[in-house]
Design a binder for this molecule. Sequence first.
Ligand SMILES: [Fe+2]
Length: 267
Amino acid sequence: MKLLVFGDIFWRKGRELLAKYLPGLRAEHSPDFVIANSENLTNGKGPVPQHLADLQKYGVDIFTGGNHSFSTMEFMADYMDAPDSPQLRPANFYESKHFRFPGSGARSFEKNGKKLLVINLISGNFLKDDVYNPFLKVEEILSAHPLSDYDGIVVDFHRESTAESYCMAEWLSGKVSLQYGTHTHVQTNDDRILASGTGVITDVGMTGSLHSSIGQEFAGWMPNFLSGTGYFSPKKETDMGPGVVCGLVAELSEGKCVRLEKIRISE
Ligand SMILES: [Fe+2]
């Protein structure tokens, strides 16, 4: 089974880049499943169904999320709650009988006779949300959904810290086929296959504007660093010139990762 994975697809530029490059990448790599993180898809925060439909047209099958998964909740709640929804959100937000979030953090997908479980997690370290422990949550999910039941299991871990990413890789070693990171928007040069057969990369990287502050215009972000506050954020997307497409091709056999290949197209 072959997977083509993208990290954060950032705003309109990211959508345009997938429209431009995904058909060629699919023809080159023939993936069974294409997975992309949509949490920055629409206006830098959260997706809307129309933009997900656009990406499906270009060939994305499955969408993961992160700390902006619920920024567009008014448009996405029913979409995420549908039993066959392609859109996941992190599994480890606190939920109780008093409150639940729409959607699911782990879902099985079938295509080309292959069965793939996709799990989406978020960290509480350096991110603002108070979340349930992602290590314990993924252990709970995997105890009910062992790798032996699937052709592959992949985990998108949305997080900031490199140390935590490496610990998650160790935690999931031999239990999943591929564990990759999203959220920092920078592709890391540490893709590797562990002895257990788990493929790992700390961050797949962003698809969006190359010369930008992780996808956003400098004019909108710079005041935060000049003032030492966090009061400012870009309200619009301007044309910021060339883009970058970051992705990962993973080949799986009997649940194990047998090949990893980073993709980075820099315009
Ligand atoms: Fe994020």
